[in-house]
Design a protein around this ligand. Structure first.
Ligand code: ADP
Ligand code: MG
Length: 244
């Protein structure tokens, strides 16, 4: 090859933030959890990933988090080729991502303030900035007055708002949510989704894995449907496709 020493540089359209190229992930047991997935997500998009349990949704999120590496294919985030990141580059890469899970994952004997501040302490933000940033993000998620509360004193919806504040406080360009409303009643679920919509409108790219048909249908966003590891539909302003 004439330019054998030159690094292979791949270029994407400028607004292409996340690119899955023919991604397959096979665990040591069983059939592929994802099989030949191609997916592009632009900067600023709001995308639902839906599908039955076991269809590969959490695997997709873990690949983005670089907890897993594809068995085949490539994932690019903001131009970075994830499989080529060195171990020491991974923490810096992960600063691009805020993450919210179904089970909130708050530290039970810490206050709301400490749970959120922790994300800033990890990246060594000076205390005087933390003192300014935590109240600001808590007011965005509607919890300004609860900063002293412990998680057990909060409703499920409020706990998930704390988790969102923690995910967002370092201003990641991408927010990943894996079944964020899985433990919430319909009213709290809708409020969390509306909050995600507001966060998206402030510029964050938001990816939400969910089972919640009513909410997906109400929100009128892009919907990517996964079935047995394969993307079977991808629609702008889509709805939840019934399996039966
Ligand atoms: P979903 O989030 O859509 O429910 P997952 O991505 O968790 O789906 O799982 C997809 C498939 O991969 C399932 O068949 C599941 O059993 C399998 N799987 C997930 N994690 C592992 C693992 N760590 N080891 C082996 N198989 C796994
Ligand atoms: Mg899952």
């Amino acid at each position: 090859m004439a330019f054998g020493r030159r690094k292979k540089v791949k270029t994407f359209a400028e607004d292409e933030l996340i690119v899955f190229e023919n991604v397959t992930k096979t665990y040591s047991t069983g059939a592929p959890a994802l099989n030949g997935v191609n997916l592009k997500i632009k900067k600023g998009e709001f995308v639902f990933i839906v599908g039955d349990s076991g269809s590969g949704k959490s695997t997709l999120i873990k690949l983005l988090l670089r907890e897993l590496i594809p068995t085949d294919g490539e994932i690019y985030v903001n131009g970075a080729r994830l499989s080529k990141l060195r171990r020491r580059q991974v923490p810096k890469y992960r600063r691009n991502l805020g993450v919210v899970f179904q089970d909130f994952r708050l530290i039970k004997n810490w206050s709301v303030y400490e749970n959120v501040a922790f994300a800033q302490r990890i990246v060594q933000t000076p205390n005087r900035l933390i003192k300014r940033n935590v109240p600001a993000i808590l007011s965005i998620v509607g919890l300004a007055s609860k900063y002293k509360a412990k998680p057990v004193q909060l409703s499920g919806g409020e706990q998930q708002r704390v988790a969102m504040a923690r995910a967002l406080i370092n201003k990641p360009p991408i927010l990943l949510c894996d079944e964020p409303t899985g433990n919430l009643d319909p009213k709290n679920s809708l409020e969390i989704m509306k909050l995600l919509d507001q966060i998206n409108k402030r510029g964050t790219t938001v990816i939400v894995v969910t089972h919640d048909k009513e909410i997906v249908n109400e929100m009128q966003k892009r919907v990517v449907t996964v079935r047995k590891g394969v993307i079977v539909s991808d629609e702008e302003k889509g709805g939840y496709i019934d399996e039966d």
